[in-house]
Design a protein around this ligand. Sequence first.
Ligand SMILES: Cc1ncc(COP(=O)(O)O)c(C=O)c1O
Length: 512
Amino acid sequence: MKSTPLAEWLLAQGLTSDAGQRNAMPMNRRLFERIREAILHGQLQPGQKLPASRELANELGVGRNTVMHAYERLDDEGYTASQVGSGTFVNNTVPDPTVLPRLQQASDPRTLTQQASPASALSDRALRLIARAGASEYQVGAFVPGVPDVAHFPHAIWNRLVAKTCRNPSADLMGYGSSRGYPPLKRALAEYLRLARGVRCDDDQVVITQGAHQALDLCARVLADPGDEAWIEDPCYWGARSVFDAAGLKLRAIPVDQDGLLPPAQGATQKGEPRIIFVTPSHQYPSGVVMSLARRRLLLEIARRAGAWIIEDDYDSEFRYRNLPLPSLQGLDAHGRTIYIGSFSKSLYPGLRLGFMVLPEPLVDAFTRSQSELYRGGHLLLQSALAEFIRDGHYAAHVRRMRKIYGQRQALLAAELKRQLGGRGRVLGSEAGLHLTFALNDATDTAVEATALERGIIARPLSPYYALPEFAPHGLVLGYGDVADERIKPAVATLAAALDAADAQKHRHHRQ
Ligand SMILES: Cc1ncc(COP(=O)(O)O)c(C=O)c1O
């Protein structure tokens, strides 16, 4: 720009006649942005001197303060350096070519042009995660699985406890906190879990997490290395599969029968293989199977012999409708191989993002240190309110009330499915939780999902929960937690219409 004075260039760029949005900006900001552009695009070169502020102001017909403000900001952000007495100079911020890697060959899949397409810019891990993503975009209404009905949440009590905690909190409640979680909440939880779930633990073994997913992620990272084998259930909760896969574990899908996960004969071939066994014994997700006592004992013995860790995800055990709940698998474990995981996502609300783990004593220190390193802590105000909520009996009362409501919805849904769709499949796993599974006789579940969605109904297909969806049984995973009683009958009627539409499409397709 030596031959073109800066003022002339700025005027040619329309500095003082900018229309639209830029005009809404104060002049000093416009001037700053234009000079910055000139530096970044090379019109102003490193070392070049900017005109004195008075001179530039005169040439542009603006106040001197305007130019001085723009120059100050250029200095502050490192584009220029001002030396008293000698002026303002453009800094050298151009990347040094000698330290830049050379551009890769065009045949390299990660060349710059190909990176412009997001897929090739992503890691293999992210591509796998996205290809098999299970989280639903839609989280309300019939029949989204696993979502509680927050209309019945005791807002007044909860708000009072949260307001009380937030009114004048101590400094520790505003900090990261001890990574083990807020001690009164750990105490309240340990007491609750010993009584309600037969978990063997004292307060110190309880670690508060931001939901079950974070607990699973910690388990994967603290207990296994990339390439280590993890057994998952087949079908499996998509969240566990995603978390373990993203941690680089080698996943082995183990079939689930009517007694729960069925370990292969001699499946654990050597010590340390598998490292992790993930199970949902109280209510298998998504099939609904409850693991038998014999299978629990077998699994514990395998874990002991192989030196594996069992991860017991007890995500919705609060809601059991007929028989008394079987106590936790952890409670049966005499050898400290089980990590118990729980969540408040179903029993309170998912956005709370609070869950917990009960760890074997020797693992507590490693887990809490790792948790601090990876995720820090926090949420202590909520943890404090929750501790009081549990201690004062509101949690147990809420769970009791919701158990009745969900039990009724579950019975209604099962009855309507039998009545309206009896000839097309059968209901599985209706003892507990917030969802049931409708095994389809001959419809294609992914096709039904699409025709149901067109009619405003969420009908999760069962087959993608399997390791090999193309060989999997077809069914629909139907949540009733967030469906009011009076919505169930019409929603099942809409689902029946969606099944008819999927059938019609299939027949049309066959005829073509
Ligand atoms: C099997 C299973 N585990 C855990 C969770 C809850 O995870 P989080 O506590 O991270 O919300 C769910 C929720 O759908 C689930 O289905």
